[in-house]
Design a protein around this ligand. Structure first.
Ligand code: SF4
Length: 508
């Protein structure tokens, strides 16, 4: 790739986000500049270099307006893309931008021009559009025909690699078959416990390392919110379809506190008809036989135990402060406790790991007898210690990470695991994806609902972001809690009040 800087001018919109996200997939921050239309007198513009009219889509929508030893300057007029509605092709110019960036860098990212995190949701929307067209024309289409028409559109309009287009439609159909549609009067319940024994190098979540006394103070506030929310859900005639207790690591508190918390949840909510209750046990060093028994006695049927890697030197390096032996012990205990579904997370692209380390961890995790493996690609987010140490970490070894994920996907399929949910994260190594694989029907309903965005989520605790679903307008409205646990404790009445108004629509 050229060492010159790419200077990109976007005309026809005030919002550069979508375009910059695409540029970031190809280039590191020091390799480009992106900005809106330069006006006469603008610091960087030389008006004589700007063409009088930017060519339309019948030609190339981009114009190279400056070439010099340090900079190549490109101008795009995206008013055409911005003007199209959802049914139209909004990607004429951005496709051209993708092609220009591909030519410049020699890369062809497999998710094409998609920078959003929900490709499966997009595949579903495309199928719905195709269905509406078929209905208008009184055409009959089988499920396979619909899926392959959607795949073609994903390839042509969004430039997805055929494998990614196939993966998105495959997962969509598996989700429809195994999870179905959320019942109209249902919601998902999230409860956040923002504490962990230590902080991982790549962590950007609400995770605090505090004394038992502090956890106690937090639980008192959280239980107040839980009791209030339980009443409000009952009054509103809603029912809980799935529960997810995450964080942080919800198994960090001592057994007595965990027992008290789960007891409060049981008393507050009616779980008749609830399809799934997950606790993200996460860190193996927080799991004991006593805590697992508490979970099982309160109806928890799915837990996560997340090794991330089975290489001890990696665990030490990323600050997990547990051993691979702890992972094996936690799995054995969970099986003994009779928990029906165990998920395990594995991360591709951890610092210092090579292909052999990753594939060895995968084999070891398959050997643990888990039902559900989620493959993550390392995301290097702003709030993480890793980002502070190495800002461009996720741009390195992109091909290696892709190779790791491709191998893992194939290996898991051979082992009887099938992909059932997928999301993409910004700032991932190699701009890849996270995929949940499961045996048979061991899906996570909660994970699927979060990605579909067709159900309300009531999120309690520090950092919880509730979302209210308005089906008529096909939109979600966010009602966030504060993420700092101390402020959450101090302002618990305000958090409740936000939900009263924003989630349940009550004035008093
Ligand atoms: S276990 Fe998860 S939430 Fe806790 S510190 Fe590590 S990455 Fe953060």
């Amino acid at each position: 790739m050229s060492e010159r800087i790419l200077d990109i001018e976007i005309r026809g919109t005030g919002n550069l986000n979508q375009y910059e996200e695409l540029v970031k997939v190809f280039l590191q921050p020091a390799q480009y500049r992106i900005h809106g239309e330069e006006t006469e007198g603008g610091a960087e513009a030389d008006p004589s270099m700007v063409p009088a009219a930017v060519p339309g889509p019948e030609n190339s929508p981009a114009a190279v307006v400056q070439e010099d030893p340090d900079v190549r300057r490109l101008v795009y007029d995206v008013s055409l893309d911005e003007a199209k509605d959802k049914a139209g092709d909004r990607y004429v110019v951005i496709r051209q931008m993708y092609e220009d960036l591909a030519a410049w860098t020699g890369k062809r990212p497999k998710w094409g021009v998609l920078t959003g995190i929900r490709p499966v949701k997009l595949a579903g929307e495309i199928e719905e559009r195709l269905d509406a067209q078929s209905e208008e024309r009184s055409e009959e289409r089988s499920e396979e025909e619909r899926a392959s028409a959607a795949e073609l559109l994903l390839q042509r309009q969004y430039l997805l690699h055929p494998h990614k287009a196939r993966l998105a439609t495959e997962i969509l159909h598996r989700q429809r078959r195994l999870a179905g549609q959320p019942p109209e009067d249902s919601l998902s319940l999230y409860i956040g416990i923002p504490f962990c024994p230590t902080r991982c190098l790549y962590c950007s979540f609400t995770s605090n390392q505090v004394s038992g006394e502090e956890i106690r103070r937090y639980m008192t506030a959280l239980e107040k919110e839980i009791r209030w929310a339980g009443e409000a859900v009952k009054k509103a005639g809603l029912r809980v379809e799935s529960v997810y207790m995450g964080g942080g690591t919800p198994t960090t508190p001592e057994p007595e506190l965990l027992e008290e918390l789960l007891g409060t949840v049981d008393e507050a909510f009616d779980f008749a008809g609830c399809r799934e209750y997950t606790v993200e046990a996460g860190r193996p060093d927080t799991i004991t036989a006593e805590k697992l028994e508490i979970l099982r006695n309160h109806g928890v049927d799915r837990i996560s135990i997340n090794p991330q890697s089975m290489q001890q030197r990696t665990l030490d390096l990323i600050g997990r402060k547990h051993t691979t032996e702890d992972v094996r012990r936690a799995f054995a205990l969970a099986k003994e406790a009779g928990l029906s579904s165990i998920n395990a997370d594995l991360i591709a692209g951890l610092p210092g790991e090579d292909y052999g380390d990753f594939t060895d961890s995968l084999e070891q995790m398959i050997g643990l007898g888990t039902d559900n493996i989620t493959l993550h690609t390392l995301a290097v987010k702003r709030a993480s210690r890793l980002k502070e140490r190495d800002e461009n970490f996720h741009y390195r070894d992109e091909e290696l990470r892709e190779k790791m994920l491709a191998y893992a996907g194939e290996r898991l399929r051979r082992e009887g695991f099938l992909p059932y949910y997928l999301y993409r994260q910004k700032h991932t190594s190699g701009n890849t994806e996270n995929i949940g694989f499961c045996r048979e029907d061991r899906i996570s309903i909660y994970n699927i609902r979060i990605m579909e965005e067709h159900q309300s989520i009531l999120a309690l605790g520090a950092g919880g972001i509730s979302k209210v679903w308005f089906p008529e307008q096909n939109r979600l409205e966010r009602v966030p809690n504060v993420s700092n646990y101390e402020i959450y404790i101090d302002r618990i009445d305000d958090m409740i009040d936000r939900k009263r108004k924003g989630f349940f629509g009550q004035e008093e």
